[in-house]
Each structure stands twice: as structure tokens, then as C-alpha cells.
Ligand binder design. Structure first.
Ligand code: SF4
Length: 370
């Protein structure tokens, strides 16, 4: 188990992207930590996230012609190769979190929840796009498209849509692939829509066109297509730059000693629930309602003892919560933690009586020594 690293230095943010725009909108501190290279490794812990990243990587590889050789084969061979690539990529991301003893089954990638469903959807997506009308195979590799990072506002706003096609001199089509649900109450989810608007603004500047269509292609279900309102796209782009400037203004205040980096945190259920940096965020730990909820039970305390049950271990932690926390079903050595003060993130509270909180690790659980 590694030790909790210190908060990163407050460094100026050079650019904002459609993805980081969403993060900064919920919490400046989260966006600052996420942009720090040393903290990237903490982002991918949840298997569901990894499955999404891997599916997206494979689709991007197909459209970027990186899998031409694979797609030239018969369909059974394609399926077998994709299965292998999928598993290896999942394993790669799982290995990044290997040091952490509190991740149950994370190295057993084929048993992750959602593994088979994601793989099946990916294969169906390829099948749908590779075989057309039972005629000669029309492979995705032939569909081409431009894939590169574009920037505007002197590099302050950057974006790389999955694919851009030119319909004529005045119109382009921007496509983006999504591995999860894209609709909410029949409309495109607001954060996906904002992302497409930002891509549109960036590409309009780059291609000097007067018309843009955006298409969001889910792994499962119908694509969502619309003609982009370019004025709306411009307004979102201006908002992104306003946020970037405000973040940098506040970073300057931190570096001048006028405020602390933690003052840039805006804890809320929405922002913190899936934030990977709770372990380093003092504002989150100071908010009992957020840190001690049933589904995200976060504790810090001294390991008082442990008991082994077959291949699992329960550990007992004194967390100054007026009760002892029993953490069940740890699958690793707990003896080395005896007497250590540890911090555990994203447990699930299973039970609660007069003497004990009983918690279990989840797929998001990570642990640190202090
Ligand atoms: S835990 Fe919450 S407040 Fe802290 S950085 Fe993450 S989102 Fe922001």
C-alpha cells in the first residue's frame, strides 16, 4: 500500500478540452489535480471505467486504420482477435492498480461486472459495420476520416473528435463514439451535447465551414444526429475560456499566498461521488455527510487488529467515529498494516450497530498508508 501523496503544486492550466471543461465545471480542484501527470494513475481504478476506455480505444483504432490487418480476416477470426485485444487492454489498465491490496478481483478482468456485456456490444458494433447486406465485406477501415487535435484561442481550447468527414466545401460531419448510454429522457445527455458543441466550435474555426452536423454513435442503440447551432457552440466555447481564465486567476492567488489550493474545492454529492482524488482532498474529508454516506464510506484510522477467514481477512480500524470499523473481505495480507494509520476510499457500509460500522470494499476502493 502506498502512502498518501501531497497535493500537487498549483500550476497554471494551459488549455481546456471538452472533457476537462466538464471537470472544471463541477470542481476547480478536481480539474487541477486531474491535469497533473503524477495523479493520472489514480483515475482508472473502476472496472466499468476501464471497460469504457478499452472499448473506445478499440473503436478509435479501427477508424484510425490501426486494425486493418485484423479486419481483413473472416468474421470468426476478427471476433477472436478482438476478444484477445480487449482482454489484454483491460489487463494493462488493471495492472496499473496492482499495488493496491484493496481492489478485489481487479486482476481477474474477465470476471469484472459488465465485461461480457461490453465485449458483446463491441463485437456487435463491429459486425454491424463490417458486414453489409451479406455482400462483399465493407470494412470500417475504408470509411476513413480525419483524426487530430485542433486548437483555437491561441491553444487555450483544444479538442480531438473521434472522426471528422467533409461533406462539401461548406459542411463537415463530426462523429464521436460513446460506450455508454447517450440519451436522457429522449434527448442527448447534456454533457455529451456540450462536448459536441465544443468540438463543433473548434472545427468550425479549423475548417472555416458554415455548417456542421454532429453524430454521436453509441456502442449499443441508434446514433444521435443533429445540425449544430453554431451560435450556441460559440457561447459554450466562450464559457470554457472564462472558466480557464478564472481557474488560472485563482491559481495565482494560491501562489501569492492569498488562498490555499483546497479553497478551490467545491465538494458536493455530484462532484465528489466519482472523483478519483478524494484521498488527497481535505475539503472532502471535512464533510461528514459526503464522506460517510452508505455507498461511499471513507475512513481514516489506526489498524487495531485483523482476523483471517480462509482466503479473506477482516481488519479492525479505530477511526475516531465512536465505533470501530470492521472492514470485511480483504483479500490481502493485513498483518503488515497492524498499527499503521490508513485511509480507505469508497467502501460500502454494509451494517451498523452500537459498536461497529461494518464495511466492505467495492471496485472503487483504494487504500493508502498515512
Ligand atoms: S473530492 Fe470533491 S471537492 Fe475534492 S477534489 Fe474531488 S470533487 Fe473536488
Amino acid at each position: 500500500m502506498i502512502r498518501v501523496p501531497p497535493l500537487p503544486e498549483a500550476k497554471k492550466i494551459n488549455c481546456i478540452t471538452p472533457t476537462s471543461y466538464e471537470t472544471f465545471k463541477t470542481c476547480y480542484l478536481r480539474g487541477i489535480i486531474e491535469s497533473n501527470i503524477n495523479f493520472k494513475k489514480f483515475i482508472y481504478f473502476h472496472p466499468k471505467t476501464i471497460l469504457g476506455i478499452v472499448s473506445h480505444e478499440i473503436i478509435s483504432d479501427i477508424y484510425s486504420n490501426n486494425l486493418n490487418e485484423v479486419l481483413g480476416n473472416d468474421f470468426n477470426s476478427i471476433v477472436n482477435t478482438i476478444k484477445e485485444i480487449f482482454k489484454n487492454k483491460c489487463q494493462f489498465y488493471a495492472n496499473q492498480s496492482k499495488e493496491n491490496p484493496f481492489i478485489l478481483k481487479s486482476n481477474d478482468v474477465e470476471n469484472w461486472p459488465g465485461y461480457n456485456m461490453r465485449l458483446t456490444r463491441l463485437i456487435r458494433f463491429i459486425q454491424k459495420n463490417v458486414n453489409t447486406n451479406g455482400k462483399k465485406q465493407q470494412t470500417l477501415k475504408n470509411k476513413g476520416g480525419i483524426e487530430k487535435t485542433y486548437e483555437v484561442f491561441n491553444g487555450k481550447l483544444k479538442g480531438k473528435p473521434d472522426r471528422i468527414r467533409k461533406s462539401n466545401d461548406h459542411e463537415i460531419i463530426i462523429e464521436d463514439y460513446k460506450t455508454g448510454q447517450i440519451l436522457e429522457a429522449g434527448s442527448l445527455k447534456p454533457h455529451i451535447r456540450r462536448q459536441m458543441l465544443l468540438y463543433s466550435f473548434i472545427c468550425q474555426e479549423a475548417f472555416k465551414v458554415s455548417k456542421i452536423r454532429s453524430i454521436v454513435i453509441p456502442l449499443f442503440g441508434q446514433p444521435y444526429e443533429e445540425e449544430v447551432d453554431l451560435l450556441e457552440a460559440k457561447s459554450i466555447a466562450n464559457d470554457a475560456i472564462t472558466i480557464l481564465n478564472d481557474v488560472n486567476r485563482q491559481i495565482e492567488e494560491v501562489n501569492s499566498g492569498l488562498k490555499s489550493l483546497l479553497d478551490l474545492a467545491t465538494p458536493s454529492k455530484n462532484a465528489c461521488r466519482y472523483c478519483s482524488f478524494k484521498f488527497v482532498c481535505g475539503r472532502f474529508w471535512g464533510n461528514h455527510e459526503l464522506r460517510l454516506s452508505k455507498d461511499s464510506f471513507n475512513v481514516e484510522g489506526k489498524v487495531l487488529g485483523y482476523k483471517q477467514y480462509g482466503k479473506f481477512t477482516n481488519i479492525y480500524i479505530d477511526c475516531n467515529l465512536s465505533k470501530i470499523v470492521i472492514l470485511k473481505n480483504i483479500n490481502e495480507i493485513a498483518g503488515s498494516l497492524l498499527g499503521e494509520t490508513i485511509k480507505l476510499i469508497d467502501l460500502q457500509l454494509e451494517d451498523n450497530d452500537d459498536l461497529y460500522f461494518i464495511a466492505v470494499p467495492t471496485y472503487r476502493t483504494i487504500g493508502f498508508k498515512l
